[in-house]
Design a protein around this ligand. Structure first.
Ligand code: PLP
Length: 391
């Protein structure tokens, strides 16, 4: 009998498992399933970026690097961020290369939170935010966003959710799973609030290049925000590099230094091979990224149109690669909808509640899969809806 569970810390034992993983486990064993569940690009990393990784190996670049990341990559990140987002970061002490945004967010929270501190974040959101906060013995404070606002963060709701002890605000624009973004006017209001309440902002901008409507604005570029924002970014989504596990954080030196301490003891450094590939992505990856973005846009337009035709009201996501249809017209809750759809038609969508309670009544459909598969999934969803509605 395995009773080793008694060794697991209370705050880990009580963490729920990711709802997304459960679904993947079922889908991966199913024949002929069509998955709209996956949260990663269906594209293979562009060849010139893979070639850079191969060249690194061929040349025997197989060592550790500086804990902060290679000088070359930090220089490129500094240039890229200044050019595309505004703020200038010193590669010496304001940039840290990490194992994806996942690690960047984790070490940021671990570097700044004391037990009992509170962290504001908007829901529905990426599955790891609340658990990452809990792992720091801190308290996650969700701010609900609603479908009537296309899930945009309402500064008034943020203000209402605030309570004493809030130290960090996590933002994610464009948002997984809703595709929401924030324009400059909204960000200015959020920034004003962050300054007033002396919050450190963790801005997860991993989908920023995949913005379909309007220009992406980083909160770090707004007046008074550079010194209280950690800009988190990576290569997984825009360059289709999930398996390279590479990302970065840019922010004020003292916070980056705190993160570096956590990083150097826990991780040491990101893989040198991935770092060399990332340099190539930043130098020459723009065209392939734009090509992929246009493909996502076509698929977005198609899937949103089809959901609405099928009677599942769906707003058009302004960024990222997820549609978030309202499934309440079926009288099923999110989990039952996803389970029954999978059983009946072998189509996988993720229940909105996997992204927090505010996701109730919705399901997430990723359009980072081929047009043909999306088309097939919509046909099957149509058949499923017929059965649900007409018995
Ligand atoms: N942040 C958001 C909003 C995401 O959706 C994801 C992955 O799905 C991540 C971070 C993790 O990205 P990475 O692969 O850089 O760790």
């Amino acid at each position: 009998m395995d009773d080793s569970g008694r060794f697991v810390a209370r705050h880990v034992a009580t963490l729920p498992k990711s709802g997304i993983r459960d679904f993947f486990a079922i889908v991966s064993k199913m024949k002929d399933a069509v998955s709209l569940g996956i949260g990663e690009p269906d594209f293979v990393t562009p060849y010139h970026i893979r070639e850079a990784a191969m060249t690194a190996l061929e040349k025997g670049r197989t060592s550790y690097t500086d804990n902060r990341g290679t000088q070359q990559l930090r220089d490129e990140i500094s240039r890229y961020v200044a050019k595309n987002y505004g703020p200038e970061y010193n590669p010496e002490n304001e940039i840290l290369v990490t194992i994806g945004v996942s690690e960047a967010l984790d070490i940021l929270l671990r570097a700044v939170l004391n037990p009992g501190d509170k962290v504001l974040y908007h829901e529905p959101c990426y599955v790891s935010y609340a658990p990452s906060v809990a792992l720091c013995h801190a308290e996650a404070v969700p701010v609900n966003t609603i479908s009537a606002d296309q899930f945009a963060l309402d500064p008034a709701a943020l203000r209402a959710a605030w309570k004493p002890g809030c130290k960090v605000l996590v933002l994610n624009f464009p948002t997984n799973p809703t595709g929401g973004t924030a324009n400059r006017a909204k960000l200015l209001e959020i920034a004003k609030f962050a300054i007033e309440k002396d919050l450190l902002v963790a801005s997860d901008e991993i989908y920023s290049e995949l913005t379909f409507e309007g220009d992406h604005v980083s909160i770090a570029s707004l007046p008074g925000m550079r010194e209280r924002t950690v800009f988190l970014h990576g290569f997984s989504k825009a360059y289709a590099m999930t398996g390279f596990r590479i990302g970065y954080a840019c922010g004020p030196a003292a916070v980056i230094d705190g993160m570096l301490k956590v990083h150097q003891y826990g991780i040491m450094c990101a893989s040198i091979i991935s770092q060399e590939a990332a340099v190539e992505a930043l130098r020459h990856g723009h065209d392939s990224m734009m090509h992929m973005r246009e493909k996502y846009r076509e698929r977005r337009d198609f899937i949103v149109r089809r959901f609405n035709e099928l009677g599942l009201s769906c707003h058009s996501p302004r960024g990222a690669f997820y549609a978030f249809p309202d499934i309440t017209s079926t009288s099923l809750d999110s989990m039952s909808f996803a389970q029954k759809l999978l059983e009946d038609q072998k189509v996988a969508m993720v229940p909105g509640t996997a992204f927090g309670r505010a996701g109730a009544g919705f399901c997430r459909a990723s359009f980072s899969t081929s047009y043909e598969r999306i088309h097939e999934a919509c046909e099957r969803i149509g058949r499923f809806l017929d059965k649900v509605r007409h018995g």
